[in-house]
Design a protein around this ligand. Structure first.
Ligand code: NAD
Length: 503
């Protein structure tokens, strides 16, 4: 399949301007989609302006009146049809993600698989939006709680998962009876448009046009309109901690709900009895995969002193074999960073590493070529280095050594972020300590698997500056609905609660 073929499959046609474009509405200014692999312009996209925004908000509110009354299993049926379409276009969409975002194609297709998985999950969920029943203290009374749709959900997504993060929100919100507007990252507008085209193919013939809408536009324009809009009871935002602080503040000011999925600074603790081969595979996938641009990327590695030098030797050997290059070449293991700013952030972080006394023991350079390539990098660090406490969205791995598990957990928990964590050991006491109340303080804590790559069945999200939001599996759906407690009196009397006699 050539580049052109897969774009055509996704409904995107060639136009002038030396790039691709798409029959896509939008009355605002143009936005260029740039390929990180060679800095070429992939497409020029029309952004939305405030008039488009108002129109979409109006259409969304109108269709909500109908969608909320559609039985949830029927809404699930619509989501099932979406899953079928994602399956059909898995390769094409995976390639577009790789081309526009820079992750390798295998990971691009993996991302589409995640969209399929969450849709399948949501189909089952559509029959399981359970409420509890309670025993009333009053005779011949019934108490229960039920869950209603919220309304319009605003979904703001990061560049690094240009499809999956939307799907995590959209598939669940849809079966919950919500309608939604999506503001994707301005670095990946074409992927968003391709996905919306697939959505439209399914929804329009069924008369559900407007249940899922897309607003391509900058955070300054469209983003700000969304977060301040009182018609939107829930903003689900994925991105950096700084963005989360701003959005969380704006949304709470109008007393609405926010679901924040923010940055991580994820660590792996390696005990002396760990299987070194498993550790190696997990660390290289976690730190080098997606060029270190996953929220769950492994950024800190805590090595027990007894095995540190052996582990470091193995890591350097492995890192030396990482093939860096075109994400659409099947031999490539690590593609480029997303843009020039990301390369500058990588270089600045390493400059700070040196100033703070860290030692770069592998990599450390950006690669001079068209495209935003850098070397996967390993740094010997100390716990007081401020730069190692920050999330630099690049393949930099900080190494620390420890004597006791207690010391390792304390170092691990000392950062502001709290997304994903793991321990490698065969020892039951070490496992239970790591998972105890005094163990990892993250939303995700794994044993003998890395920090990166979550399954959709569990609730996904993190604590502290990661924002506290939960998406995907378990009972995460509850944030997309409003809870109502109902008390029904089927007696001929009107007894008051707490036995109060009134008059
Ligand atoms: P970013 O914070 O720059 O942008 C994320 C999104 O927020 C974009 O769509 C952006 O336009 C929008 N945005 C920014 N400011 C806004 C504002 N004031 N109003 C409305 N919208 C605004 O993040 P990024 O560089 O695209 O992504 C990388 C970051 O995302 C990393 O920190 C990563 O850890 C995080 N991330 C977290 C998760 C998670 O689930 N915890 C998942 C993926 C990415």
């Amino acid at each position: 399949m050539s580049k052109l073929d897969f774009l055509q499959e996704l409904g995107i046609e060639e136009v002038n301007l030396g790039g691709f474009s798409t029959k896509w509405f939008g009355s605002g200014t143009n936005l260029k989609s740039i390929a990180p692999a060679d800095e070429s312009v992939i497409a020029t996209v029309n952004q939305c302006d405030s008039g488009d925004y108002e129109q979409i908000m109006k259409d969304t509110a109108t269709i909500f009146q109908k969608w909320r009354m559609e039985p949830a299993p029927k809404r699930g049926e619509v989501v099932r049809l979406l899953a079928n379409e994602f399956r059909k276009h898995k390769v094409a969409l995976g390639k577009l993600i790789a081309w526009e975002m820079g992750k390798i194609q295998a990971e691009g297709e993996g991302e589409v698989q995640e969209m399929i998985d969450i849709a399948d999950y949501a189909v089952g969920l559509s029959r399981q939006l359970y409420g509890k029943t309670m025993h009333s203290e009053r005779p011949n009374h019934r108490m229960y709680e039920q869950w209603h749709p919220l309304g319009t959900v605003g979904i703001i997504t990061a560049f690094n998962f240009p499809g999956a993060v939307w799907a995590w929100n959209a598939m669940i919100a849809a079966v919950c009876g919500d309608v939604m507007v999506w503001k994707p990252s301005s670095k990946t507008p074409l992927t968003a448009i391709a996905i919306q085209k697939i959505v439209n193919q399914v929804l329009d013939p069924l008369g559900w046009n407007g249940v899922m809408s897309l607003l391509v536009g900058s955070s300054r324009d469209v983003g700000e309109m969304l977060i301040h809009d009182r018609r939107i009871p829930l903003i689900s935002a994925t991105g950096s901690c700084n963005m989360g602080r701003k959005i969380g503040g704006a949304v709470s000011k109008r007393l609405a709900r926010s679901l924040l999925e923010l940055g991580g600074n994820n660590g792996i603790i390696v005990m002396p009895d760990a299987d070194p081969e498993l550790v190696l595979r997990a660390v290289v996938f976690g730190a080098v995969g997606t060029a270190g641009q996953r929220c769950t990327s492994t950024r800190r590695l805590f090595l027990h002193k007894d095995i540190a030098s052996d582990m470091i030797e193995r890591l350097i050997t492995s890192y030396s074999q990482v093939k860096i290059g075109d994400p659409l070449d099947s031999k490539t293991l690590m593609g480029p960073l997303v843009d020039e700013t990301a390369v500058n952030d990588f270089s600045m972080a390493l400059k700070t590493v040196k100033e703070e006394g860290g030692e770069i023991i592998h990599g450390g350079k950006s690669i001079d070529s068209p495209g935003f390539y850098v070397e996967p990098t390993i740094v010997r660090a100390s716990i007081d280095m401020a730069i190692a406490r920050e999330e630099t969205f690049a393949p930099i791995l900080y190494l620390f050594e420890f004597d006791t598990l207690e010391e390792a957990i304390s170092m691990h928990n000392s950062v502001d972020q709290g997304l994903s964590s793991s321990i490698f050991t065969r020892d039951m006491q070490s496992v239970e300590n790591f998972l105890s109340h005094a163990g990892s303080d993250c939303g995700i804590a794994n044993v003998n698997i890395g920090t990166s790559g979550a399954e959709i069945g569990g609730a996904f999200g993190g604590e502290k500056d990661t924002g506290g939001g939960r998406e995907a599996g378990s009972d995460s759906w509850k944030v997309y609905m409003r809870r109502q407690t109902n008390t029904l009196n089927w007696s001929d009397d009107l007894p008051l609660a707490q036995g109060i006699e009134f008059g």
